[in-house]
Write a protein that binds this ligand. Structure first.
Ligand SMILES: *Cc1c(COP(=O)(O)O)cnc(C)c1O
Length: 359
């Protein structure tokens, strides 16, 4: 059924191999992040078979789904949990990201019930303003966290480039290294410093990564071969990992500017129009329920995405070389936002394929 998302297993294997080679060359463990893939077990298996050391996901439900599908892990929960998730966290998760002492206390209590020590990765905010204890207060708070009886401080970590769009550099990374040093002086061993995500890969490429940083959590680069924060595609990775397909359901010549008084569109956006005269417009059976339209890239030259509402996507195909007809399929590449929506949308059928058309 359309819309269909075609997942290229060879391209994903390739990216996973290349990213893990780069990490391992730098003595960095690779946590391959599956949150943009709705925790798809088949893709997690590809990642683990191709060099990933750990699978990271932001949703406990995804981790449970992967485990129940036979994926061995180990698993890291990369969103700091809610209280109600703690019983599941201690049951299913190997390492959990945390940033609050009250949460660690609760985790310790539940871990005691299962007679285990729960590994925690304490997050430090070194400037991006998303999760983590602000770095000037980190040492004391993490010291306290490490003292709860049924938790084990697996390491410390940071996340950059997500909220503030802060680009990771050596200076931000060295803040983490300093905190680990201070903790070690107080007798707390910090085995793992989990420094980066996709936006920090360039530090490994340029040999600028402080050697103490020994773990990266990477999603986007493996899944898409891109790095939104730094606005680039990786030359050493493939970008043809996913293709979205749907069908043309209307094809008409219409003006480029609407007639009548213009308000907001169905998503509350104010549309803008450029008068290019009469144009050939195709409506494709795709919409915001399937995909984030601003994150789609048409695969054919001369095709422009004009607009999408919940279920209709309007394309300008005037300049397209192919003579498009009703019933034709149109294909698109996906940026991060589009992939996230397509993977999580129940309307989009997911199918696996390889370079030679077989799985
Ligand atoms: C999403 C996420 C990552 C992975 O980020 P990418 O940019 O996809 O590589 C790493 N760590 C945390 C905490 C995340 O939420």
């Amino acid at each position: 059924m359309l819309p269909e998302l075609i997942i290229n297993t060879d391209a994903l294997s390739y990216n996973s191999q290349k990213v893990s080679e780069l990490c391992h060359k730098n003595n960095v463990r690779l946590v391959a992040v599956t949150k943009v893939l709705c925790g798809n077990p088949k893709i997690a298996a590809i990642y683990l078979e191709n060099g990933a050391d750990v699978i990271g996901d932001s949703r406990i439900r995804n981790i449970i789904k992967m485990k129940e599908s036979g994926i061995k892990g180990p698993f890291m929960l990369i969103r700091i949990p809610m209280f109600e998730e703690i019983p599941l966290v201690v049951k299913y998760v190997d390492v959990v990201l945390v940033s609050e002492l009250d949460m660690v206390k609760e985790i310790s209590k539940h871990a005691f019930n299962l007679r285990k020590k729960q590994k925690i990765l304490y997050m430090v905010d070194v400037g991006d303003l998303r999760e983590g204890v602000w770095y000037t207060k980190a040492c004391q708070e993490i010291y306290q966290a490490s003292k709860f009886p049924f938790v084990e401080l697996y390491g410390i970590g940071t996340n950059l480039g997500c909220y503030g769009g802060v680009i990771p550099d050596e200076k931000r990374m060295n803040i983490l290294v300093d905190i680990a040093d201070q903790l070690e002086k107080k007798g707390i061993k910090v085995n793992v410093i989990s420094g980066g995500n996709t936006s920090a890969i360039y530090l490994m490429e340029k040999d600028q990564l402080p050697p103490e940083i020994n773990e990266y959590r990477i999603g986007e680069a493996i899944a898409l071969g891109t790095d939104i924060t730094n606005g680039r595609s990786f030359e050493f990775l493939r970008q043809d990992t996913f293709t979205l397909k749907s069908e043309v359901i209307e094809l008409k010549v219409k003006p480029s500017v609407p007639e009548g008084k213009i308000g907001k569109d169905s998503m509350g956006r104010t549309p803008h129009f450029e008068d290019k005269g009469m144009r050939v417009k195709a409506i494709v059976a795709l919409g915001e329920q399937d995909v984030a339209s601003e994150g789609l890239i048409p695969m054919e030259d001369g095709v422009e995405i004009l607009h999408a509402s919940s279920d209709h996507m309007v394309l300008d195909v005037t300049e397209c070389k192919r003579k498009i007809k009703i019933g034709d399929k149109m294909s698109f590449r996906l940026k991060y936002s589009a992939l996230l929506r397509a993977m999580t949308s129940p309307y989009v059928e997911k199918n696996f394929n390889s370079d030679n058309g077989k799985v």
